[in-house]
Design a protein. Structure first.
Length: 77
């Protein structure tokens, strides 16, 4: 059985503060969508905003991802 990377643990991600930045893979996992779907949402301007940490390193603030999810849940109710 392959060892699970700590970054993939959703419980660890949920425990982080809203200002913490996660990778696109982690954000997609939190949003329960694929990376391809996240890329499509980015293209359409519908995904949580990207934070550029450096020229090659980007991610998304957990608070933005949580807000994105909350908006979808409210809209579906």
């Amino acid at each position: 059985m392959p060892k699970k990377k700590k970054d993939d643990d959703l419980a660890d991600i949920h425990a982080r503060p809203d200002w913490a930045v996660v990778t696109n893979a982690q954000a997609a996992k939190l949003m329960s969508i694929s990376l391809d779907t996240l890329d499509r949402l980015d293209t359409q301007g519908l995904a949580p905003p990207i934070v550029m940490l450096s020229a090659r390193c980007r991610g998304r603030r957990i608070g933005d991802v949580r807000n994105w999810i909350a908006q979808r849940v409210r809209g579906a109710a």
